[in-house]
Design a protein around this ligand. Structure first.
Ligand SMILES: [Mg+2]
Length: 381
């Protein structure tokens, strides 16, 4: 089935999330925001969908690259777009590539009336989740102190989460970054939830080696499960240095570009204990599964970065962990159990045991409210 059109529909919604000067999300006053629905349209009227990207890159880069080609040839399309990235680095990011790849997987699933995870080769239909917090803040009753993290961890435990990951205090928050404050937050959470909850830390990403080693050693005393991205990931040597000295598993790379190639280099260098990738980091489900198979071949664990339908379907097709689904980002002020305005249902519903269940609907299984999108569409000017 050949692709006859690729469209991007921009629409508005009300958001209660704002971003600080470093780009971290926090709760904030309600304001207008936009989202984009990317639609792959093939002959015979078959369609596939994914949210993200923007109309300009879809019209000027994606559509010219893949129009007229077979929508079922995902590997060919992904490789073609990957090569196009070389001359479109500023617009065709891995995040955009990931949206197109996921829309193609959704297309295949909807066309064949199968969920994506069964097309990939199903392994399971539910995944244990960890509660992944927003970064710290200075909001009254927010995540503003070690005690506040502890209280929120208890609330997440009561909701059913068996695991909890702190994103701690980071710039531009005054007095940060501070390794001792990060450790104090971790200690307060451990003391509150007891020994039976799995805990992880994702702290400020630009500590130096000594600071990272200090935090890692303290996490070992607190029986944390993993230690994530404490230093700049482009310094592979720093991660080799850290991993050699810590017993706690070091997780990465996460945000470093380079898709499966970077993960392979980290494994060969011994730069982390657990590899890491998500659909938004490496350019979709297609390369995420390559990373999973790479890790399986080397006997290395991997953990999937971020939530959403694409990551969940990939996790349900992995024979090696991907042990956890990252659910969030969570904050005491926000109701995560409410679907996005453009969806009729959550992508990642969680039961009382802390397991997220994958949709059995065709494709990515997203229950899209097309009426909402039509009514809130931003008309081209
Ligand atoms: Mg992270």
């Amino acid at each position: 089935m050949n692709i006859v059109d690729v469209t991007a529909e921009l629409f508005t919604y009300k958001s209660k999330t704002v971003r600080d000067s470093e780009g971290h999300a926090h709760p904030g006053p309600e304001h207008d925001a936009t989202q984009c629905l990317v639609r792959i349209i093939a002959d015979e009227g078959a369609e596939g969908y994914c949210f993200g990207a923007n109309p300009s890159v879809v019209e000027h880069v994606i559509k010219p690259a893949i129009a007229g080609l077979d929508a079922f040839y995902r590997e060919e399309l992904w490789q073609r777009l990957r090569e196009w990235q070389r001359l479109h680095l500023g617009t065709l990011t891995d995040r955009v590539l990931g949206v197109v790849d996921m829309a193609l997987w959704d297309f295949a699933g909807r066309s064949l009336q199968q969920p994506v995870y069964t097309l990939l080769g199903a392994f399971r239909d539910k995944v244990p989740a960890y509660a992944s917090t927003m970064c710290g803040d200075d909001l009254e009753e927010g995540l503003n102190s070690p005690e506040a993290y502890a209280e929120f961890a208890l609330a997440c435990k009561a909701r059913g989460y068996k695991a909890f990951k702190l994103h701690t205090m980071m710039p531009p928050l005054p007095g940060t970054p501070d390794p001792k404050l990060d450790v104090a937050c971790c200690r307060a959470v451990r003391e509150a939830v007891g020994d039976d909850m799995v805990l992880m830390l994702d702290c400020y990403h630009y500590y130096n080696r000594e600071q990272a080693l200090y935090i890692g050693k303290e996490l070992e005393k607190l029986n944390f499960y993993w230690f994530e991205e404490p230093m700049a990931e482009h310094s592979t040597s720093s991660y080799v240095w850290l991993t050699q000295q810590l017993a706690i598993p070091v997780v990465g790379p996460e945000t470093a570009e380079g898709k499966m190639f970077t993960r392979a280099e980290w494994i060969v260098r011994g730069a982390s204990d657990i590899s890491r990738a998500g659909v938004g980091d490496v350019g979709g489900i297609t390369p995420l599964m390559k990373v999973a198979h790479l890790c399986e071949s080397f006997g290395v664990r991997m953990e999937v970065h971020g939530g959403g339908a694409g990551n969940l379907h990939a996790l349900c097709a992995m024979g090696i962990p991907g042990e956890y689904y990252e659910r969030g980002l969570l904050h005491p002020f926000l109701n995560y159990e409410q679907p996005s305005p453009w969806l009729n249902a959550l992508d990642d519903p969680m039961d009382d045991e802390g397991n997220v269940h994958v949709s059995q609907g065709p494709g990515l299984g997203q229950d899209i409210d097309f009426d909402y999108i039509r009514e809130h569409r931003v008309r081209p000017t």
